[in-house]
Ligand binder design. Structure first.
Ligand code: FES
Length: 170
């Protein structure tokens, strides 16, 4: 019998984890962004289909793939649900805390799962505008602290992957 204590997931998280929405590849996506690393098993991919209306850009459709935990799948599913039909600006302003609240509260050890989902979305939004040589006035020039945190996690994961090789070659 396992001695592990089950995480205190809310019923909302468990329900969305069992029946995630918007899961899978979006074949005609305009932009695809990934965050995390397969090295630790946590990897999320966000697909966005964008449409310009007037001077604004809207997320016409979106999907995600996740190789993360239950919290990451639930966070990504609810995030994608929130951004479909919204402007890129509105999507950019969704915080990991908003996701956590909508999920009925993530256990603190799982905050990063929501941060990873929002980080992947922000990366996709940045990539879209960079690819199209656009710079909306609401898009921060420098990485936000959330984006930096995701980058730091990715670097830490890479270090874990590289360290054994360095030791082997000593
Ligand atoms: Fe890393 Fe959930 S995505 S523990």
């Amino acid at each position: 019998m396992s001695n592990r204590i089950p995480l205190p997931y809310s019923p909302i998280i468990l329900e969305i984890f069992r029946n995630p929405k918007h899961f899978g590849e979006l074949k005609d996506a305009d932009i695809v962004a990934r965050a995390g690393s397969p090295a630790c098993g946590d990897l999320i991919t966000v697909y966005l289909k964008i449409k310009k209306r007037g001077s604004n850009y809207f997320i016409e459709d979106a999907k995600f793939e996740s190789y993360g935990c239950a919290a990451n799948i639930a966070a990504a599913s609810i995030l994608i649900d929130m951004i479909i039909g919204r402007s890129m600006k509105d999507a950019w302003n969704i915080s990991w805390k908003m996701i956590s609240d909508k999920l009925g509260g993530l256990p603190s050890i799982k905050f990063h799962c929501s941060i990873l989902a929002v980080g992947a979305l922000r990366r996709a939004i940045r990539m879209y505008f960079e690819k199209n040589n656009l710079r909306p006035e609401w898009l921060p020039e420098n990485l936000t602290s959330l984006e930096k945190q995701v980058l730091d996690e990715e670097k830490a994961i890479e270090m874990l992957r590289i360290t054994p090789k360095i030791e082997e070659n000593r």
